[in-house]
Design a protein around this ligand. Structure first.
Ligand code: N01
Length: 537
């Protein structure tokens, strides 16, 4: 970057043009009248839905809940086609929103942020991009998502592989032709479980390399009927209210009954009905599934039995049902014929716990037991979640202190929104926020509206700087830990919630597990008390 490059000045810079960045732009520009700009690495809007174009990519939230709720007109005019929206349809929706609110004129595409530095004297954030552009603004708002930094494991030999390899989160826009190919897929998280049946239907042969067996519940995707749409049209307000009042931001409520309130026969009937209905609400069948291990065991046992009854080959069934963590302690996937795919002759599973990967050779994958010749390797290996997208921005706060240093032992912040020493920086869906434990658009809207209200309040009072304190961060970190420890979530030792999927990453439970509605109340109280825990000047 040349120091002669002119600096473009704004009131606020927003990084990322996904669900959060788009709404943040609309709020600051059209509600507060600020001069705001979004810097976006991709060539279009969409964030997650711009990059994740892998086979089978579909949202696990039901379509009628996976949209913005801030505009009644927008809610009324958009029609989803299926129970769970597919990636291209979500991307169409986000483009529709961008066009409807004329957002694209204030988004710089193909612009990857490579550095952000706070200038204390001027109370300005200086932002630089890969192509050497320079921007300055009073407020810097990251809208980079929680799962946008691909985790490609450092397996020796990858660079020598003679075939093609892809990470699901960086999928080629033109797609990948698997016809007749020998495909190896590493990873059986939500992504891998969506991809397997679609790849299997096209590939010559698919070998799935599984490190940790996973639960999954059928999605039962289907076209939305005119009857459902009519019901939705007349119950929209209620649906939105339900989403805003439930812990996970979904349009269904969690049952008040506990697992052992009913006898074994009744419990089985309830699980069968939830299985037949499908989707994430399986875990809402009882209120204590995520807090009582003995209660959770009943759901875990039910799903393991389902896996063994679906998968015909006892060897494959044993590998797939050998699950070592409580149900939903890792993000629970939902699927479209995932376990059924293993009944195909062209699909096999390798248990990496029994035969770990040793290296990648020019011809494929070598485990401790044998070589698997492959033409294509698909890495469905997830992300450097929550902290990864923020740390790669190279953020430096007051006194040149790097965010990477401040977070050396794991993320510390207040409400998931601000870090002491980094004034006027807001992190939408940062670590310590409910975000990934919630239906994302609901979590995002709350953050964006809170940040917008905060900036509005500051401007009305003639204030120019907001910064949280170490004490407020200590209190919030303790609250994040308390909330996590009240659940079974930390018991899944290898989950990305704990950063365990990335070697060397500090093991800290990152999302706030206290529930979205509770979190919203805390944030509202903080604002009502004049932004308690923040210093404003
Ligand atoms: O990633 P993951 P994901 N060797 O981290 C394995 C959201 N999402 O992309 O469990 C071998 O869950 C890893 O094994 P292990 C959702 O929030 C949403 O699937 O670490 N295997 C695991 O099996 C989700 O939770 C939707 O032992 C390795 C897999 O790769 C989040 O994104 C759809 C390995 C990674 O699973 C991330 O899901 C999809 C290695 N070195 C995703 N490294 C929708 O709602 C990793 N693995 C649409």
């Amino acid at each position: 970057m040349s120091n002669n490059t002119p600096v473009a000045s704004y009131d606020a810079l927003i990084i990322g043009a996904g669900f959060s960045g788009m709404y943040q732009l609309h709020s600051l520009r059209d509600r507060l009248g600020l001069k705001a700009l979004v810097l976006e690495a991709g060539s279009g809007v969409g964030g997650t839905w711009y990059w994740n174009r892998y086979p089978g990519a579909r949202c696990d939230s039901e379509s009628h809940s996976y949209n913005y709720t801030f505009s009644k007109e927008l809610l009324a005019e958009w029609r989803w086609s299926e129970r769970y929206p597919e990636q291209p349809e979500i991307l169409r929706y986000l483009n529709h929103v961008a066009d409807r609110f004329d957002l694209k004129r204030d988004i710089r595409f193909d612009t990857r942020v490579t550095g952000a530095r706070y200038d204390e004297a001027a109370n300005l954030w200086h932002v630089t991009t890969e192509t050497g552009e320079r921007y300055a603004a009073q407020y810097l708002i990251t809208a980079v998502g929680c799962l946008s930094t691909a985790n490609v494991p450092k397996i020796p030999g990858l660079e020598e592989f003679a075939g093609d390899w892809y990470h699901t989160g960086q999928w080629p826009h033109g797609g990948v032709d698997f016809t007749g190919k020998r495909v190896g897929q590493i990873g059986t998280g939500s992504t891998g479980i969506q991809a397997v049946p679609v790849i299997a239907a096209q590939a010559g042969h698919l070998t799935v390399f599984q490190r940790t067996a996973n639960y999954s519940v059928p999605a039962h995707n289907a076209p939305l009927t005119p009857e459902f749409q009519a019901w939705l049209d007349s119950n929209r307000e209620e649906v939105v209210q339900t989403m805003r009042s439930t812990p996970n931001g979904h349009p269904f409520t969690i049952s008040e009954r506990k697992v052992f309130d009913v006898d074994a026969e009744e419990r089985e009937r309830i699980y069968e009905a939830a299985w037949a209905k499908g989707g994430l609400q399986f875990r809402a069948s009882f209120q204590d599934l995520l807090v009582d291990k003995t209660a959770n065991d009943t759901a875990a046992d039910f799903i393991k039995r389902k896996i063994r009854s679906i998968v015909k080959d006892p060897r494959k069934a044993a590998i797939l049902s050998d699950i070592d963590h409580p149900y939903a302690a890792k993000r629970p996937p939902i699927d479209t014929h995932y376990f059924e795919a293993y009944n195909r002759d062209n699909v096999d599973i390798v248990n990496l716990r029994a035969e770990p990967i040793e290296r990648i050779t020019p011809n494929g994958i070598r485990t401790s037991a044998r070589d698997y010749p492959l033409d294509i390797i698909v890495f469905a290996t997830g992300f450097d979640a929550m902290t990864g997208p923020l740390l790669r921005l190279n953020i430096q706060g007051a006194g040149g202190r790097k965010l990477a240093e401040a977070w050396e032992a794991g993320p510390r912040n207040y409400l998931g929104l601000q870090v002491a020493g980094f004034p006027n920086l807001f992190t939408i869906t940062g670590p310590g926020s409910p975000s990934v434990l919630c239906n994302m658009p609901i979590a995002i809207e709350q953050h964006v509206e809170w940040i917008t209200d905060c900036i509005d309040a500051m401007r009305k009072r003639g204030l120019r700087r907001i910064e949280t304190t170490e004490a407020a961060m200590d209190g919030w970190v303790a609250e994040v830990n308390r909330a996590a420890d009240a659940t079974l979530l930390p018991q899944a030792k290898h989950s990305w919630y704990l950063g365990a999927n990335v070697p060397g990453k500090p093991r800290v439970f990152m999302p706030y597990a206290g529930g979205m509605a509770h979190y919203r109340r805390i944030c509202d109280q903080v604002a009502a008390k004049g932004y308690e825990g923040f210093v404003l000047s």
